[in-house]
Design a protein around this ligand. Structure first.
Ligand code: 9MR
Length: 531
């Protein structure tokens, strides 16, 4: 039981990364690191950090960053207060990166996952979606081919706006750290989703919003579900989201597959023109069998699409005066956030401008904005007894914290400050166990990982272990699933997590939470691992 008072990364620490942990509610002041032979290899003092209001715990910080020797160790505070074994090595970063990328493979819809690739999680092709009808709200006869793409989360829906921010984060990883991503299967995986995106574009350039079943499916495997799946949409947000992603894909695939890259750019332009002519088409608010992903503000999606298109087409079609004027206006009016999320996508616009050098004044403005966000994230970490940047716990807080790390990594691309790497690493420590509920939030990553995620595939495949590599949403103090009798361990907001299948508010997985974690793992591999 006393083990519960230690908060540390359950997987381990890269040799040159910070190695910080927390002890809560203790009167003890020092700790030791012991190796497999019970030898004390490091001794240190814990520093009081104050009470964290979310859990009402007094927090004490231990730091053994100075100890860098590879091996298997444990933290020992007293006979009763010790960690489990963990490793000081960098392999865990590679392992988790590959598991995380593979989780997108397991989310593939419409194709067989053969045992050779999927092991015991193999499954037959289902939800082909290659000849489906339109939702009655669309009053559109005929059928559509919306084959492929990833399932969004624990449900079997496929949503463009959430797929878009996820792909954008993965494309960004390929853009900033190609030496790492080239050693992974990320390009194949992104391509699978991009091919689905292309199928979601209507002949006029507009992009459908989502493919979903008529009612929420029960926890049945894809091949056994009963509801019919249909196309819904189009909307301004899904179309602009598509434009931003496809313009970005143009950049990333330009070398490997120039024909495909050119095709992506052409489709991105077509989508952008549709949105210009249809600037106010709302999302389809039919939620009988799917989530809404509702968004009434389109200006941030316009900014994302415009800045990406500007980067890809400067000097050609999009250098005309009106387009540049609109982009300049975006630069004057858009806010900057700490994260990218499915509703607010302006940071993707700022990132595109920060990484281009066709217009240096826009580059400098974008960099300043993002640097401001990075400083705010760091300030929050420094002021928080848990040394994290979250000051609220919403649905998908693990995605938010991963996204904060992504923002730091992007800024560090031009700042190159080793301290930033340290903050990124510490935010990742939270994901893998240094959190109030002592859970490594990625399935299959550690003995403490979620066993019962709200994930229809894992919950219906009759295999004990859930699909590995999936990041669950994590602490969510809004607890929208209380009516399902979720047994949260305490009423305090910092304990709003339960590893049970019904907890869709804290224990679901989603591609838009996994994707920033993939990005951040790529970054940490580039900083701390041997290549
Ligand atoms: O991540 C979404 C969260 O921000 C919203 O508050 C929530 C309720 O609308 O929906 C979340 O997204 C879910 C989507 O609607 C359907 N697929 C599962 C997603 C993750 O829970």
């Amino acid at each position: 039981m006393t083990k519960q008072a230690l908060r540390y990364n359950h997987l381990g620490y890269a040799p040159f990364a910070p190695k910080k942990f927390l002890v809560v509610e203790t009167s003890l002041t020092s700790f030791e690191i012991k190796n497999e032979y019970e030898e004390v290899v490091f001794q240190g003092k814990m520093e009081p950090k104050g009470v964290w209001s979310f859990t009402e715990e007094s927090c004490f910080l231990g730091d053994f960053s100075a100890f860098q020797k590879k091996g298997k160790y444990r933290i020992v505070v007293s006979d009763d207060l010790q960690s489990d074994w963990f490793l000081i090595e960098d392999e865990w970063l590679w392992n988790q990166l590959n598991a995380n990328i593979k989780s997108f493979y397991y989310q593939r819809s419409g194709v067989e996952l053969p045992p050779k690739e999927a092991g015991k999680w193999a499954r037959p092709a289902a939800h082909l979606d290659d000849a489906i009808t339109f939702h009655p709200s669309m009053e559109r006869p005929g059928i559509w081919n919306a084959h492929g793409g990833w399932y969004d989360a624990g449900d079997y829906g496929k949503y463009i706006v959430n797929g878009g921010v996820s792909v954008a984060s993965l494309l960004l990883a390929c853009e900033l750290y190609p030496k790492i991503t080239e050693k992974t299967k990320i390009y194949e995986e992104i391509r699978f989703e991009l091919d689905f995106f292309l199928r979601m574009q209507d002949h006029d350039g507009g992009v459908f919003f989502k493919i979903t079943p008529d009612r929420w499916d029960s926890f049945l495997p894809p091949s056994k579900t009963i509801y019919e799946r249909r196309v819904l949409g189009k909307s301004t947000t899904s179309t602009l989201n598509f434009a931003g992603v496809m313009a970005h894909a143009h950049r990333i695939y330009a070398n490997q597959d120039p024909v495909f890259a050119a095709h992506c750019l052409e489709k991105a332009k077509k989508a952008y023109f549709w949105a210009k002519n249809n600037p106010n088409v709302p999302f389809p608010n039919n939620t009988e069998g799917s989530g809404p992903y509702g968004d009434e503000n389109f200006s941030d999606e316009f900014f994302w699409a415009r800045s990406m298109l500007f980067r890809e087409t400067f000097g050609s079609d999009f250098s005309d005066e009106d387009f540049i004027k609109e982009l300049e206006q975006d630069v004057e009016t858009q806010r900057v956030l700490l994260d990218i999320n499915w509703r607010d996508t302006q940071n993707l616009g700022w990132i595109a401008l920060a990484l281009q050098n066709q217009n240096l004044s826009m580059q400098s403005k974008a960099r300043q904005k993002l640097e401001g966000s990075a400083l705010e994230i760091i300030k929050r970490i420094e002021n928080c007894p848990y040394r994290i940047s979250l000051n609220e716990f919403q649905w998908g807080s693990n995605g938010v914290i991963s996204n904060h790390a992504l923002t730091l990594a992007v800024v560090n691309f031009w700042q190159n400050n080793a301290e930033y790497d340290g903050y990124i690493s510490e935010l990742v420590d939270y994901v893998y166990g240094r959190n109030p509920v002592n859970v490594s939030f990625v399935t299959g990553s550690a003995p403490s990982s979620p066993k019962f995620p709200h994930h229809r595939i894992s919950g219906s495949d009759e295999i004990e272990e859930p699909i590995p590599g999936l990041l669950v949403g994590g602490l969510n103090s809004d607890r929208q699933d209380l009516h399902r009798n979720v047994a949260y361990p305490s009423d305090l907001p910092g304990f709003s997590y339960c590893d049970c299948q019904v907890s869709f508010a804290s224990n679901e997985t989603a591609i838009n939470w996994n994707a920033p974690l993939t990005f951040v793992l790529v970054c940490l591999v580039s900083k701390y691992a041997s290549i």
